[in-house]
Design a binder for this molecule. Sequence first.
Ligand code: SF4
Ligand code: SF4
Length: 228
Amino acid sequence: MNLQLPENVRQLAPDEEFNFSCHPGVDCFTDCCRELELALTPYDVLRLSRELGITTSDLLEQYCLIECEADDIFPRVYLGMVDDGRAGCPFVSEKGCAVYEGRPGACRTYPLGRAACRNISGRCRAFHVLLREDHCHGFDEPVLQTIDLWTTDQGLEPYNQFNDMLMTITQHIRIQNDMRLSAAQQQLFIDTLYDLDGFRRRNQDRRDDNDDELLTNAVNRLRRELFG
Ligand code: SF4
Ligand code: SF4
């Protein structure tokens, strides 16, 4: 796939190597956890809520901003930054990320970026780019990475899997053919996919015993409700 990319971004070949490591010894440690726009996926909200030991309902209320601009098809959920003079992530500390085991997919993926799309038969294609930012000194570390090594190291498989599952809604053929959601449908998108504990409460007949099944069932339910 050939793309028009900014100068500091380049597409990576599947087995291409690059130097990168991030650890408390780098002089930029936690710099990237400030002044950032951090969009959350439903799986991010699920994992963060479990890491913090609170419900998805409480996570959304206490830590998130939900926005929907006039041109947006689906609402967006962001992690709210803290007014500490540097717009810091609420979970950044001197020692690093306080929710490391439940940190969002975007935090895990950097310095890579992953984009995926579905073709007409529903098959998913993904490609990766490398984002080289001057403030990040992880590129100076003598550790060789590949897409696969980084994906495994950062525990990204379930994040990618659920993001791809979400495309069965966000890239549905009817959306591609200009279907737009009503305000009620946009609210249903949030209530079903992001507030999974609320979804479980409201559907007590559900048999999804674990969180992964719950999210899978929520995606399937919402797809049926939106597209029949
Ligand atoms: S969740 Fe953790 S890794 Fe992500 S921005 Fe916040 S502190 Fe940094
Ligand atoms: S700027 Fe780069 S090396 Fe520094 S903490 Fe962030 S990801 Fe790690």
